[in-house]
Design a protein. Structure first.
Length: 391
């Protein structure tokens, strides 16, 4: 068989060009995560041949000091939080969150979109002993999923300014989730390990002040920071955020922060997050059901998110603190508020931290996250599609 014209000319052929375009699109990461999660959901419900049992058992297999499930949730996800931290710092210093005028609308929307889902959860789960530990589960928005759905709808569904608003809101939301994890989901602290982590952070800060350009000193110290944070009782993934904030945005020879962000983003988007989704989205649909916790999560994501985001935006715009995104109306903003109810990755992660030793409640959280996120995605896409047809 002969090569196509692209291969003979040294240029990428149609298939390679399509693959490159797909991987660079906003929808790609969300689609891969959806596929991995759907595959896990299917496998977890095939009892024949021991497939479902094998799926559940593999995550309990120990490799070194931790089982595979912990390596995914505490190890791989540190890279996800590193990328989140890099994105937050870049946007705060030189992006859509670099001044108070830009931060006002997405910032207030993010606060409303975190507070009201938590209140909905508390109102529903109030009477169940120990259930309130999961109050933060519906407070998070999945940036990859939400932007992926918006990208799939096409440019007519939402103007560029509305996409920027959603991205900024999700980034602030991620920052809030990181602070919640640090403040409310920390185990008993080991002071020696914590002191060691503080020393490593001081060394990273010294590298930053010295404008060190090379990445390897930061990464070597970052690996040590991860080990110490893991031993300290603070969740190990927060080491990724701390490392990100220590990297300089500008230096004599370019930006270490941007270099690292560009290098790890494909690995995080197309390996780390899909593996996390595959490891944690597999839930038996024939189990005991959502219960109060699952219902609280689902309703918090679907109703709490849209209500919180819209209420905060209405107050901000009516009071003159902010303006609607350019070219967007209230109906389109409502569609995006619905998409904010897609809480998948961070919501599942917080659910694992909230109920670390309670498999039944973890399963209820997963069902609630799946139900609330799916409803938010479908209804949000429908609202945006219908609003585009009216334009």
């Amino acid at each position: 068989m002969g090569m196509d014209d692209g291969a003979r000319s040294g240029k990428p052929g149609p298939r390679a060009a399509f693959l490159r375009e797909f991987l660079n699109s906003q929808a790609a990461a969300g689609l891969v995560l959806m596929a991995a999660s759907a595959f896990a959901l299917v496998i977890a419900n095939i009892e024949a041949g021991g497939i479902a049992a094998g799926y559940r058992a593999v995550w309990a297999v120990y490799v070194g000091p931790m089982n595979i499930g912990h390596w995914v949730n505490d190890g791989l996800m540190a890279a996800f939080f590193l990328l989140v931290g890099l994105e937050i710092k870049r946007e705060l210093l030189d992006g859509e969150l670099s001044d108070w005028g830009k931060r006002a609308l997405p910032g207030l929307a993010a606060v409303g979109g975190m507070a009201l889902p938590a209140l909905v959860y508390v109102a529903i789960a109030w009477g169940e002993p120990g259930a309130l530990r999961g109050w933060a589960v519906p407070a998070a928005t999945d940036i990859a999923f939400a932007l992926g759905v918006l990208a799939l709808l096409g440019p007519k569904a939402a103007p560029p300014a509305l996409r920027v608003f959603l991205a900024a809101l999700a980034i602030i939301d991620d920052l809030g989730a990181v602070l919640i994890i640090a403040a409310f989901y920390t185990a008993e602290l080991s002071l020696p390990a914590l002191a060691g982590a503080a020393v490593v952070l001081a060394l990273l800060g010294a590298l930053n002040r010295a404008r060190v350009d090379r990445l390897w000193p930061y990464l070597v110290l970052g690996a040590g920071l991860w080990v110490l944070v893991l031993a300290s009782g603070v969740h190990a993934t927060l080491a990724g955020v701390a490392l990100a904030f220590c990297l300089p945005l500008a230096s004599r020879r370019g930006s270490p922060l941007l270099r690292l962000e560009h290098r790890i983003a494909p690995w995080v988007n197309f390996l780390v997050v899909p593996v996390f989704g595959f490891a944690n989205a597999g839930v038996s649909l024939g189990g005991a059901g959502m219960g109060a916790i699952g219902l609280a999560v689902a309703l918090g994501l679907f109703f709490g998110k849209q209500a919180g985001v819209m209420a905060a935006c209405w107050v901000a715009v009516r009071s003159g603190l902010a303006r609607l995104p350019e070219g967007a109306g209230w109906v389109q903003l409502y569609g995006v508020a619905l998409l904010c109810g897609i809480g998948f990755t961070m919501s599942l992660f917080i659910g694992l931290l909230a109920f670390p030793a309670d498999v039944a409640r973890q399963e209820a959280v997963k069902l609630g996250v799946l139900a609330g996120s799916l409803a938010s995605a479908v209804v949000g896409a429908l609202v945006l599609r219908l609003s585009a047809r009216r334009v």
